[in-house]
Design a protein around this ligand. Sequence first.
Ligand code: ZN
Length: 154
Amino acid sequence: MAVRNIRVEREQDEILRKKSREVDEINERIITLLDDMAETLYKSNGVGLAAPQVGVLKRVIVADAGDGLIELINPKITRESGEQIYVEGCLSLPNVFGEVKRPEEVLVEGLNRDGKRVEINGSKLLAVVLCHEIDHLDGVLFTDKAIRLVDPEK
Ligand code: ZN
């Protein structure tokens, strides 16, 4: 396992704005990517990480909202309900925080590392994290959706 460099948004780095491709074969490289992303997530004290954030344009995310590690390949939101406003940050946007309106609960379908179809039911923080990470796979950052930015110093 290895900690990977997190891509930070700046004008020269367009990778965070690109659309990631579906994974069609879960090979050794994908397993290593998952391992490295988990290690990078924990090292950074984050709650979620998407592959484009480590420079890989593949539809892979990891998340841990406090109840253990979730790994998802080709994740898709299949159901959503309610709404909540949560102050979000992003490992790729250091020191930027903003209020974003998201569903309160989501059902996400994807594959695990064994290629089995899994469903994750996320509510509250986990719903926020899943939506935020899946947005990354389409080149969307939370600042695109923020109702207002929040200054953490105030
Ligand atoms: Zn992010």
